[in-house]
Design a protein around this ligand. Structure first.
Ligand code: ARG
Length: 462
């Protein structure tokens, strides 16, 4: 039965009923729906819009319903149109006409908007917790690997020596930014649409500040038309999630590469990798691949929300019922990914010998060789660059490295070379010389770790 049946003479076509209904999606907001109704009923009583006695009975019954939902003794009837309809029908089934007073000075338009904000706020807090845990794991693994030399890459070509710890801390920065984005999103989300009613407000003497305060909102939204038609918070949240997924996906891509036989910088724990049904030698990074694969969903949901909103005139339109399925999928996806990604990273084993071998093989100290000629010997950089390029070509032809060339071989390319070149191209020296703020020296990376720890503890209030 519909809430709005009074004006209609024939029942809704069964297929249309099914098409129109949203309960299968919005039933997960049952707690928020009841919570919003409790605040509303309390306010109606205190403002004298309904009697205190009715208000108290409604609040008491709603609280019982919430408890029964929690302990599983009240099942949600999926033949209801949506969660708002179900809750009101159940209330009325229990207390008859008094229950029918609840919807005074309210519409499902402000009701759904308040439910959706409350639910999204709760999930943002959970995701922020997941993110904090991930950043903690990253920091831990960066501490473990702060002295493990590996090649840093540009264009996926070996570029300059860095440490695994330095590389990992780049991801910590990304997820810290994601945390601050969520915090920001929550600020704008946290205004109450309750009391906007259908769109124009109400003739009853309601107190929107009271309900906003009871529900933990910073204030009521300032414009009732905006209150019922704004879904920016959902789009913002979906966008923040798309960004988190993009970061997780890049990280996954690196882990997948690092697990390959060609790199072998890390090995996943058996609990976080899978085998092949036919190739006995395989150990596959399925978790990382799935995270990478699921990123598309998060982008899709964001695009769906933006597109859904772009053409609808003010205020509420039924198109907006599509908002929840899209955002719920993003929320579920990112949480599922964060939940498996952090322990996968925590249990992964580093293979520092392989990283070091790769670092020795790629002429990643060539910049330092050129810098030596320029810095120590006053050779113009462009000339030093050319001499070093010729040395590298010579090494490749003769299967040598800059560390293993003899002094004579060096001097065949430039008389400016002396014994000092060996210290200049030593990989650990190359690394340790990059002491600039944020750079790759062990001390710089340890400073980055301390700095990130401090910022992480500042996000506790999120
Ligand atoms: N199920 C609806 C939604 O999710 C609730 C709001 C219905 N409002 C209305 N005017 N039909 O958007």
């Amino acid at each position: 039965m519909q809430l709005w049946q009074g004006r209609f003479e024939s029942p809704l076509d069964a297929q249309v009923n099914d098409f129109n209904a949203s309960i299968r999606i919005d039933k997960r907001m049952v707690e928020e729906d009841i919570g919003g109704s409790i605040a509303h009923a309390t306010m109606l009583g205190k403002c004298g819009i309904i009697s205190m006695q009715d208000s108290e009975l409604i609040v008491k019954t709603l609280s019982e319903m919430a408890q029964e939902i929690q302990n599983g003794t009240l099942a949600i009837d999926e033949s209801a149109e949506d969660i708002h309809t179900f809750c009101e029908a159940e209330l009325t089934r229990r207390i008859g006409d008094v229950g029918k007073r609840l919807h005074t000075a309210r519409s499902r338009n402000d009701q759904v908007a308040v439910d959706f904000r409350l639910y999204t706020r709760k999930r943002i807090d959970e995701i922020a917790d997941n993110l904090r845990q991930l950043v903690q794991v990253i920091i831990q693994r960066a501490e473990d690997s702060a002295e493990m030399i590996m090649p840093g890459y540009t264009h996926l070509q070996r570029a300059q020596p860095i440490t695994m710890g330095h590389q990992l801390m780049a991801y910590a920065e990304m997820f810290l930014r994601d945390l601050s984005r969520l915090e920001d999103c929550k600020k704008r989300l946290n205004v109450s649409p309750l009391g906007s009613c259908a769109l124009a407000g109400t003739t009853y003497p309601t107190d929107r500040f009271m309900t906003a305060g009871m529900l933990g909102f910073a204030s009521p939204c300032a414009n009732s038309i905006d209150g019922v038609s704004d879904r920016d918070f959902a789009i913002e949240c979906a966008s923040d999630i798309a960004m988190i997924m993009m970061h997780l996906s890049r990280f996954s891509e690196e882990i997948i590469l690092w697990c390959s036989f060609e790199f072998k910088y890390v090995e996943l724990s058996d609990s976080y990798s899978t085998g092949s049904s036919i190739m006995p030698q395989k150990k596959n990074p399925d978790i990382a691949e799935l995270v990478r694969g699921k990123t598309g969903r998060a982008y899709g949901n964001l695009m769906a929300l933006l597109t859904m909103m772009k053409g609808i005139p003010l205020a509420y339109n039924k198109d907006m019922q599509e908002d929840k399925e899209a955002l719920f999928d993003s929320l579920d996806t990112v949480q599922a990914c964060l939940t498996v990604f952090a322990p996968m990273l925590e249990t992964l084993r580093f293979l520092p010998d392989n990283m070091r071998n790769a670092a020795s093989g790629g002429f990643i100290n060539a910049t330092d060789c050129a810098d030596y000629l320029t810095g120590e010997k006053g050779v113009p950089f462009r000339t030093a660059y050319k001499i070093t390029g010729e040395l590298v070509a010579y090494c490749i032809r003769n299967r040598k490295t800059l560390e293993t060339l003899s002094p004579d071989e060096y001097r065949a390319f430039s008389n400016d070379f002396d014994e000092g070149i060996y210290a200049a191209v030593d990989l650990m020296n190359c690394l340790e010389k990059r002491t600039s703020y944020g750079g790759t020296s062990v001390a710089s990376v340890r400073a980055q770790i301390e700095n990130a720890k401090a910022r992480l503890s500042n996000t506790e209030g999120l």
